[in-house]
Design a protein around this ligand. Structure first.
Ligand code: THU
Length: 138
């Protein structure tokens, strides 16, 4: 299924599988809502993350941010697609969409996947059409 980001492409299910496996590492004792994310560069490098909660709720970090920060710290750029998996079809939060906007093109494909097999594909710019931007000074 698609919501204006096109349909799934070859390789998408592999990325969903990696996100699902990483989801097993979620630390979500407060919400019990476990999320996994896997992001792939155009060169084919994949990095994954899961959500990590905290007793001080606001310190929780979502799966998407853990995946993209880990990729950036490994020197990766040129992201093509991210897969996000939860029990139901996840909707990336505004904070994660803003972080993705920092490192990805508006055309980034975002695959939303439920553990039961539902799929939706969107573009980053459809999910966050008017992101905050600041001129870079370096
Ligand atoms: N969460 C994510 O990891 N990604 C999303 O797309 C939505 C929300 C996490 C944060 C928190 O640990 C839990 O899900 C409930 O909000």
């Amino acid at each position: 299924m698609s919501s204006n980001g096109g349909t799934t492409s070859p390789g998408d299910e592999d990325l969903v599988r990696i996100a699902s496996l990483t989801r097993q590492r979620a630390y979500a004792p407060y919400s019990q809502y476990r999320v996994g994310a896997a992001i792939r560069t155009r060169r084919g490098k994949v990095t994954a993350g899961a959500n990590v909660e905290n007793a001080s709720y606001g310190l929780t970090v979502c799966a998407e941010r853990n995946a993209v920060f880990q990729a950036v710290n490994a020197g990766e750029k040129g992201f093509e697609v991210i897969a996000v998996v939860a029990d139901d079809l996840p909707r990336p939060c505004g904070a994660c969409l803003q972080v993705l906007t920092e490192f990805c093109e508006p055309e980034l494909r975002v695959i939303l996947a439920s553990a039961a097999g539902a799929r939706e594909v969107a573009r980053l710019a459809d999910l966050l059409p008017r992101p905050f931007k600041l001129e870079q000074r370096d």
